[in-house]
Ligand binder design. Structure first.
Ligand SMILES: [Zn+2]
Length: 277
């Protein structure tokens, strides 16, 4: 590990007057969540799908909610259960403390759909979830029911042998039709983007407000596979940021000037950067 980079990152952390946190899959991996990227990782997590030869891109498709609702909810319900049962790691709390105890304004831009920032105690109005949220549902009939949050105790019963969810499946509180997660899937023309759009507007306002301050961008575990978080962090750094720290065990390189690369996990990096000694 480059001690110089850690030291520089510590300084940036201490001097920051506002912090944008960019979080990708690597942030969740440190809480013990699986990384579904890559065929082998995905099929290891879902043996019944391996048997059927269904890949992630094929499964993460709204098609299944009309074609085979029990399988669609078996797949998403399994993840939902996992997110509900998993406790966000200590790195989340360290970030929250920086915001709450030290009063450093903070905004989170994440591609994760697990709501773990909310679960830690971050407020709804300081988070943008660019791929939506698995902890929010929408009606597949688009009956006019606004997106609704799920209860903290909701768990689905899923048969591990065939990945089929047991009835009753989640349904719309207004019309009783099948519900689906409010996350952006592949070939997803029915995704209700109103919630994420409102988040984006708050995000843009926040950047506007703090662009003349000492703004630190810290990017955590965001990969190049689906690069939305990386590109957003780079863009904010170039237009409004003072410091940029990219944390990623395997892909920490950055082509921009005066950035800091920490080739390590998200939790360890947050712990290292936030220590005062
Ligand atoms: Zn409905």
């Amino acid at each position: 590990m480059h001690q110089d980079s850690i030291l520089a990152a510590k300084n940036a952390w201490q001097e920051a007057e506002a912090i944008l946190v960019g979080a990708g899959a690597g942030m969740g991996v440190d809480s013990g969540l699986p990384d579904f990227r890559g065929k082998s990782g995905f099929w290891k997590a879902y043996p019944p799908l391996a048997k059927m030869g269904i890949e992630f891109e094929e499964m993460a498709n709204p098609y299944w909610f009309t074609q085979n609702p029990s399988l669609a909810w078996g797949f998403y319900g399994h993840r939902l259960n996992l997110y509900q049962k998993t406790k966000p790691h200590r790195g989340f709390n360290i970030l929250l403390n920086k915001f709450k105890e030290e009063n450093i304004p903070m905004f989170v831009f994440t591609s994760n759909v697990d709501s773990h920032f909310q679960k830690t105690g971050f407020e709804e109005n300081q988070i943008m979830e660019c791929h939506g949220s698995l902890m929010h549902f929408q009606c597949i009939e688009e009956c006019g029911q606004p997106i609704w949050p799920i209860g903290p105790d909701l768990l689905l019963q899923i048969n591990p042998d065939n990945l089929l969810a047991k009835e009753p499946l989640p349904s719309c509180p207004q019309c009783g039709s099948l519900a689906r997660p409010n996350i952006l899937m592949f070939s997803d023309f029915a995704w209700n983007s109103t919630r994420t759009y409102a988040q984006r507007q708050r995000f843009e306002k926040w950047i506007e407000k703090f662009k003349n301050k000492n703004l630190l961008i810290i990017e955590l575990g965001a990969g190049t596979n689906i690069p939305t978080v990386r590109l957003t962090c780079e863009e904010v750094y170039q237009s409004a940021g003072n410091h940029f720290i990219r944390v990623n065990p395997g892909e920490s390189e950055c082509g921009l000037k005066n950035t800091l690369s920490l080739p390590m996990g998200a939790k360890d990096a947050i712990k290292a950067i936030s220590q005062n000694y």
